[in-house]
Design a protein around this ligand. Structure first.
Ligand code: GRF
Length: 232
């Protein structure tokens, strides 16, 4: 079946270019495997996305995303309440000043500082399971995007992440599912929907099989989305 791309209100605010000659900087957040991050890195390297990944942040020190970033020579940081409390940023290749106080504010400050220190122009959440702090939402208003593995508003919100999403799609007897890219707000999966792609549900699908089909499409879709977003 041919995949369809539905574009809804493709009217995001343009990120401000730092100079006509510099590439746009994407800050990526990821929590686990980082295969979406890898698709972005590869899309940039291949010239399909006119940008570069300037920094990767993960709440999970064991996330493969950190390793993928390091392999690509991209500054990568494990920033969580715990890591900030320890004053250890776990930067894989770029130290930043440690923050000692332990509080949500200290973590929010650290995340904000890391993004601005690396001159992120836009932010892409590629499988990031935490909420984005208010200070970052404010600074990057309209310039933070998330990819979600369902056709939102279906199968989104609290608890709808990873395999849970695909299990819920199958339990509901859906014949199609898909991918949504949306703007990020204070609520999970709730911002303006910018683009969607349909992925079929097939007879015999398990949550794992469906998850793999959707993820494979994500890698293509998010490169197409970012290419179009940043070329305008
Ligand atoms: C993707 O399915 C994405 O839609 C969701 O988290 C998953 C990330 O996968 N938000 P990976 O860690 O990039 O492999």
């Amino acid at each position: 079946m041919k995949n369809k791309t539905r574009k809804a209100r493709f009217c995001y605010r343009q990120p401000k270019l730092r100079s006509n000659f510099q590439k746009l900087n994407i800050g990526v957040f990821a929590s686990h495997g980082g295969s979406d991050l890898q698709a972005i890195i590869d899309g940039c390297a291949a010239g399909k996305i006119p940008a570069r990944v300037c920094v990767v942040i993960s709440n999970n020190g064991d996330s493969q995303a950190l390793q993928r970033a390091q392999d690509a020579g991209i500054p990568a940081f494990h920033l969580s309440a715990k890591s900030v409390r320890r004053g250890a940023d776990n930067a894989t290749n770029s130290p930043i000043s440690p923050t000692s106080p332990s509080s949500p504010d200290a973590l929010a400050e650290k995340i904000h500082e890391t993004l601005t220190a690396h001159e992120a122009d836009i932010i892409f959440l590629a499988g990031y399971l935490k909420k984005i702090p208010d200070n970052v939402l404010e600074t990057y208003s309209g310039r933070i995007f998330n990819i979600h593995p369902s056709l939102l508003p279906k199968f989104g919100g609290r608890g709808m992440f990873g395999i849970n999403v695909h299990a819920a799609v199958l339990a509901a007897g859906e014949t199609q599912t898909g991918i949504t890219i949306h703007r990020v707000t204070t609520e999970y999966d709730a911002g303006d929907i910018l683009a969607q792609r349909i992925v079929p549900v097939l007879a015999g699908d398990t949550p794992e099989i469906l998850a793999a089909r959707v993820l494979a499409q994500e890698h293509i879709f998010l490169v197409e989305f970012l290419a179009e977003l940043l070329q305008k």
